[in-house]
Design a protein around this ligand. Sequence first.
Ligand SMILES: [Zn+2]
Length: 83
Amino acid sequence: MPNTDRPRTYRLREYTVTRDQEPDAEPHAYAMQCAVCFETGPPDADPDTAHGWVPAHLRAHPAHLTYREHVTRPYRAIPGRWL
Ligand SMILES: [Zn+2]
C-alpha cells in the first residue's frame, strides 16, 4: 500500500509537439477500413494505393458501402526547459 502521507515534489517541463521526421519515426501512411465489417486494407504511403483496396473489398462484399480512411501521421514531443 503506497504511503500517501509523504509530501511529493513535481517539476513541470515545457514540450513542443511536432511532426516526427526522425529516422526511427513511424511511417506516414493511409489505410481504408470497411465501416460495415471493420476489415482494413493494407497501409500505404500513397493514399491512391490505399484507396485501391475499396473496389476489391466491394467486389467481395457488395453490401458493404461505407468506408473510413485512417491516416497515420507521427508526432513527437520535444522536451524543452524546466519550469
Ligand atoms: Zn466489409
